[in-house]
Design a protein around this ligand. Structure first.
Ligand code: NZQ
Ligand code: ZN
Length: 375
């Protein structure tokens, strides 16, 4: 196990009826930005619950954050924050709204000229941010308990991420009841995103971190157990609650302590969303089996361990096919052809982007433009 420092400042407030708890956690003198997406919260009662909890605060609303949130839209919110002298950002929705809230909070405090630099430098230039709180309505990204944010730029068709310790939410409300309005497609996406988050941190090489391995395996075992239930019985509170908590723990920095991580599936996937508009999780399900195949020899030991402990199979190859089978079982395709995309064209586009930026990912730092093309 490598040296690490572990700090997660986010308070999780979990359970039924917990949205009201936000009112004791936002300083009363601070004007609040109430940020949300395309309107799902107006249909499922979340909007009213938040409004009720914010009674007595000076609140400015900003609606219309897109799935795969746009830089251009975030800049409009930044202007509103400045005009209204907002002191607290409350993001209400899925990962996209939370990520937008984090970016807005950092961009408002950014000293440089062009806030896109935050993304180009992946957050290394973020020195401060407004406090962010969250009400999560879609279990998937882990954004509710981490310092990551992913923002897309329409003008250039780019999708870049940043990390900063300044944008961990100060609190996140996770009320499973708010997720019952999710369409099946988003539940499926959340299951696959959660799965792949665990794998980006786990499926590398043995690194003397047995507890992190067992944590990771137990997250997947829980997911495999509750995913079919929550898809088949969307109103089952216990299954949905277990899924929601699993998604948070998959990417709240805990299982990644002291281990070398991969993340090449995500980075290739972000390019595919930028070029083709596929949902985030759809890209992951296509790319990850390819990464495992390309790095088969280097990942073999962990694949075998995964197969043995999670799928009860003997070989590394079987572990890959069980994983693909699981994706199919939740209704997630794993091939470009399922979307009418030509794999060779996608490979050329992604590879050109990696080359242009000099990007290199993977636990061995060997997933470059050429490797991405092969994958
Ligand atoms: O916009 P609204 O109307 O709210 O509708 C959303 C959106 O259309 C809808 N939705 C959310 N909660 C709902 C609901 N519909 C009905 N009932 C509810 N309770 O779902 C649609 C998708 O929402 P979105 O927030 O885009 O999905 P998700 O949470 O999967 O977030 C995806 C974004 O997060 C980034 C992805 O790249 C993508 O941009 N990621 C962020 C990460 C992080 N911050 O750590 C890590 C991830 O790997 C990922 O990259
Ligand atoms: Zn993801």
């Amino acid at each position: 196990m490598q040296n690490f420092s572990y700090k997660n400042p986010t308070e999780i407030i979990f359970g039924k009826g917990t949205i009201r708890a936000i009112k004791d956690r936002i300083p009363p003198q601070k004007p609040v930005l109430f940020l949300y997406g395309g309107g799902s919260i107006k249909k499922n009662g979340v909007y009213e619950q938040v409004k009720r909890a914010l009674r007595g605060y000076r609140v400015s609303e900003f609606a219309g954050i897109e799935a795969n949130p746009l830089y251009e839209t975030c800049l409009k919110a930044v202007a509103l924050v400045r005009k209204e002298q907002i002191g607290f950002v409350l993001a209400v929705g899925g990962g996209s709204v939370l990520d937008a809230g984090k970016f807005i909070a950092a961009a408002v405090c950014f000293k440089g000229k062009d806030p896109w630099e935050i993304l180009r430098r992946h957050g290394s230039n973020v020195g401060a941010a407004l406090p962010v709180g969250a009400v999560l309505t879609l279990p998937a990204t882990g954004s509710e308990s981490n310092g990551n944010s992913v923002i897309s730029r329409a003008a250039t068709r780019e999708k870049l991420h940043f990390f900063s310790e300044h944008v961990f939410p100060v609190f996140s409300v996770l009320d499973p009841d708010t997720t019952f309005s999710l369409p099946v497609r988003q539940v499926r996406n959340g299951i696959v995103d959660t799965f792949v988050h665990v794998m980006e941190q786990y499926m590398t090489f043995p690194s003397g971190a047995p507890l992190q391995d067992r944590f990771a395996e137990s997250l997947i075992q829980t997911l495999v157990e509750v995913a079919p239930v929550t898809l088949k019985k969307p109103g089952d509170y216990e299954a949905r609650a277990a899924f929601m908590w699993t998604a948070t723990l998959a990417l709240n920095t805990l299982i990644g302590c002291g281990v070398t991580q991969d993340w090449s599936t995500h980075m290739i996937g972000h390019e595919l969303t930028a070029f083709y508009g596929l949902d985030h999780a759809e890209t992951l399900a296509i790319v990850m089996p390819g990464v495992w195949d390309y790095k088969f020899a280097a990942k073999k030991e962990k694949l075998q361990q995964f197969g043995r402990r999670v799928w009860n199979v003997k070989t590394a190859r079987q572990a890959i096919s069980e994983t693909e089978g699981f994706f199919h079982s939740v209704g997630m395709p794993t091939r470009f052809s399922d979307y009418g995309i030509r794999a060779a064209e996608a490979a050329a586009k992604v590879s050109a982007r990696f080359k242009e930026r000099g990007d290199i990912f993977g636990e061995h730092g060997d997933i470059d433009a050429a490797a991405a093309k092969k994958i």
